[in-house]
Design a protein around this ligand. Structure first.
Ligand SMILES: [Cu+2]
Length: 124
């Protein structure tokens, strides 16, 4: 097989790919994994109902529902997610302000839907 420009480009990309994979491993070991916070939705509440985070520290919120389709909405941070039966939904969040904020279900899930909410506290 004759190597043409296209092949050389591919080989260069493969070498670069290996290089960055190596760098990725180093970065991973130098930095702690993002904290995962599991939140379970069930008509008509979230468990835990109160979550405390640190400002500027990224976390992954991991949602599941024990019964019906739910939502998670955190209006003060402009984020929301669907919580789908049988699935795990992940939402990355880096809180950029301190205070106490309300999160709520924004998918109608039954008679207690309007009261389905929780509290997020972000500290320095
Ligand atoms: Cu709801």
């Amino acid at each position: 097989m004759k190597l043409n420009r296209k092949h050389l480009g591919f080989i260069a990309a493969a070498v670069l790919g290996l290089g960055s994979a190596g760098a990725y491993v180093v970065a991973q070991s130098a930095q702690p994994e993002e904290k995962v916070i599991k939140i379970t939705a069930k008509r008509f509440n979230y468990t835990p109902g109160e979550v405390t985070l640190k400002k500027g520290v990224p976390v992954v919120l991991e949602f599941k529902t024990l019964d019906v389709f739910m939502g998670f909405n955190l209006p003060d941070f402009n984020v929301r997610a669907d919580i789908v039966p049988g699935k795990v939904t992940r939402l990355r969040l880096v809180p950029d302000k301190t205070g106490t904020f309300v999160f709520l279900c924004d998918v109608f899930c039954g008679s207690g839907h309007e009261e389905m909410n929780g509290k997020l506290t972000v500290v320095d």
